[in-house]
Design a binder for this molecule. Structure first.
Ligand code: NAP
Length: 298
């Protein structure tokens, strides 16, 4: 049986079938042929150097920003991820964040639970119809978000590395997108290319009536600049599922009344996590049987 390294805890419904078909270890060993890690896990060069026989890295998630792809290509290490099966769930969470921020749902619920309702009605919030959603990174998840928000009456604009053959408005720059958007929605990959692309200048372009939504990676947003923009009310609100140093979320951000904060639950449903686990298993089975990978990155 091939030896697999599982360096961090993964769900039982993934580890049990993995252990049935492989020798699974939790610390690096020279005979390791496969590595299974959650999305975003930092696969360091030191770790790779300790695994001379590594053939495949299977990422339990779609984001492979923690995997050094050039080094993997150089060493002939295959990389797989779990795209598509999580798209709907993540797009649902983005849509929920748009609704939660615009209608102030978290605060409204606290108003009731805290007993404030008899003293007065909750303040008016903001409608979605006619507003513009600016999507940064119009891939699988970005498009699923766009379709959902169109159904809520929003208009769609987007920015990526190039325009796509789609009926939505393309903005040449992220600044232009932020200026146009009422909701700037981050759905691009993490990693060095997109690190801190949403910075103070972009937040200032989003403006005092704008909301930032991030379901992609915390690294894309300069969190200190975001806290400042929220505190100074130079943007209206933020809805975040991901953070720069998660699971640590700065107290200053937790103190922001106009931020809706979720603990990275984009794909966290029984159905989706099981479908992701099946893809990890199927990719590994295909690899060790010399069959084509189902969802190869490299
Ligand atoms: P995808 O289909 O690859 O879409 C990403 C899009 O981003 C691409 O269409 C690409 O469009 C654009 N892009 C890539 N590099 C860019 C850059 N440097 N600047 C601007 N745009 C860039 O990926 P996906 O399946 O939609 O997933 C997107 C991300 O969501 C993942 O990478 C992951 O980090 C995150 N995610 C989060 C959760 C969660 O639980 N919150 C769950 C799953 C995924 P162009 O080629 O046109 O630039």
């Amino acid at each position: 049986m091939p030896t697999l390294l599982l360096p961090v805890s993964l769900p039982d419904f993934l580890t049990q079938p993995l252990r049935a078909q492989h020798d699974c270890v939790s610390t690096p060993q020279v005979d390791v042929r496969g590595l299974v890690v959650p999305g975003g896990y930092a696969v360091t060069e030191t770790l790779l150097a300790a695994l001379p026989k590594l053939e495949i890295i299977s990422v339990f998630g779609v984001g492979y920003d923690g995997v050094p792809l050039p080094l993997c290509r150089q060493r002939g290490i295959r990389v797989t991820n779990t795209p598509d099966v999580l798209t709907d769930d993540v797009a649902d969470i983005a849509t929920a964040l748009v609704l939660m921020t615009s209608r102030r749902l978290g605060e409204a619920e606290q108003h009731l639970r805290g007993g404030a309702w008899p003293q007065g009605a909750f303040p008016l919030a903001h409608a979605l119809r006619g507003k513009i959603a600016g999507i940064f990174g119009l891939g699988r998840i970005g498009k699923a978000i766009a379709h959902r928000l169109e159904a809520h009456g929003l208009k769609i604009a987007y920015h990526g590395r190039q325009p796509q053959n789609l009926p939505w408005q393309y903005c040449d720059t992220l600044i232009e997108l932020a200026k146009a958007a009422d909701f700037l929605i981050v759905a691009c990959p993490g990693g060095p290319e997109t690190r801190h692309r949403v910075n103070a200048e972009v937040l200032s372009a989003l403006g005092a009536e704008g909301t930032l939504i991030n379901i992609a990676r915390g690294s894309v947003v300069d969190e200190a600049a975001l806290v400042q923009a929220l505190e100074n009310q130079t943007i209206r609100s933020a809805g975040l599922d991901v953070f720069e140093n998660e699971p640590q979320v700065p107290q200053a951000l937790r103190n922001c009344r106009h931020a809706v904060l979720l603990p990275h639950i984009g794909s966290a449903t029984h159905e989706t996590r099981r479908a992701m686990a099946q893809l990890v298993l199927d990719n590994l089975t295909a690899h060790f049987a010399d069959q084509p990978l189902l969802t190869p990155v490299v």
